[in-house]
Design a protein around this ligand. Structure first.
Ligand code: SAM
Length: 231
């Protein structure tokens, strides 16, 4: 039997409907720095472990389950959503991709969006959150980072530099987006894998990050333009 980090066995419950689970066990509540946006949010009694599944999607070889990133508003996404809400012209009349959408809070700020997310439960949460916020959403539930740039005008990447492996995939994808003339905006609180030489600060807000019940104390997080690499 495999055990997850908390010492409990991650069980994939084929009989568990993620949408019903989310509605029954998470709270639809405003994001602290974004009172305009409500998200199904985890709380200590949510028991999200019941929904977790291993990274490789196999259910027999349960290794580390993929953490439920979609169950929280991350600082990078929160600050990017705040930026877009405060400057609607960033997205107005433009085709928008929310890359690594998680809960979908960045897309909720944009109101009309294509969201890319690879976590199966996250995709369900995205749809529920979009419905709750009256957002028109198209969901791409597969990894597009190895492919060609999408047919959009702007990519919003909220908190996608949380790990080395994901950063290594995303940076070349964002490069292809830039080469195709797509504007790329990044929201990030200064994570370890943020490509600091490739960004220009556009703005900053104090927002809560994941952690604790209702998030951590607000701290500065940035909105950045992602820049072409120097020749
Ligand atoms: C740290 S969370 C941020 C979620 C949201 N943008 C926010 O700020 O709250 C990053 C998300 O990116 C997703 N992700 C990672 N690699 C991805 C990829 N190649 N394509 C789409 N989503 C990806 C993860 O599943 C996770 O939900």
């Amino acid at each position: 039997m495999n055990e997850n980090v908390a010492g409990l066995t991650p069980i994939h419950r084929a009989d568990l409907d993620p949408a019903e689970f989310i509605k029954a066990n998470m709270r639809l509540q405003p994001v602290p720095s974004l009172p305009e946006i409500r998200l199904y949010t985890a709380h200590p009694g949510s028991g999200l472990r019941r929904l977790l599944e291993p990274e490789d999607g196999s259910h027999e070889h349960a290794a580390e389950p993929q953490p439920p990133y979609w169950a929280y508003a991350w600082a990078g996404g929160a600050v990017l959503a705040r930026y877009v809400l405060d400057r609607p012209s960033t997205v107005a009349g433009r085709r928008v991709l929310d890359l690594g959408a998680g809960s979908g809070l960045v897309g909720a700020g944009a109101r009309e969006v294509t969201a890319a997310e690879i976590d199966r439960n996250g995709i369900v949460a995205l749809r529920l959150n979009a419905e709750a916020n009256g957002v028109a959403i198209i969901i791409i539930g597969e990894d597009i980072s190895a492919g060609p740039p999408p047919s959009v005008d702007v990519v919003l990447a909220g908190d996608v530099f949380y790990g080395q492996a994901v950063a290594r995939r995303i940076v070349p994808f964002l490069d292809r987006c830039l080469a195709a003339g797509i504007e790329v905006l990044v929201g990030d609180p200064g994570r370890a894998w943020l490509p600091r030489r490739r960004i220009r600060l556009l703005g900053e807000y104090q927002v809560s990050d994941v952690g604790g019940n209702g998030g951590s104390a607000p701290k500065p997080s940035g909105i950045f333009a992602f820049l072409p690499s120097e020749p």
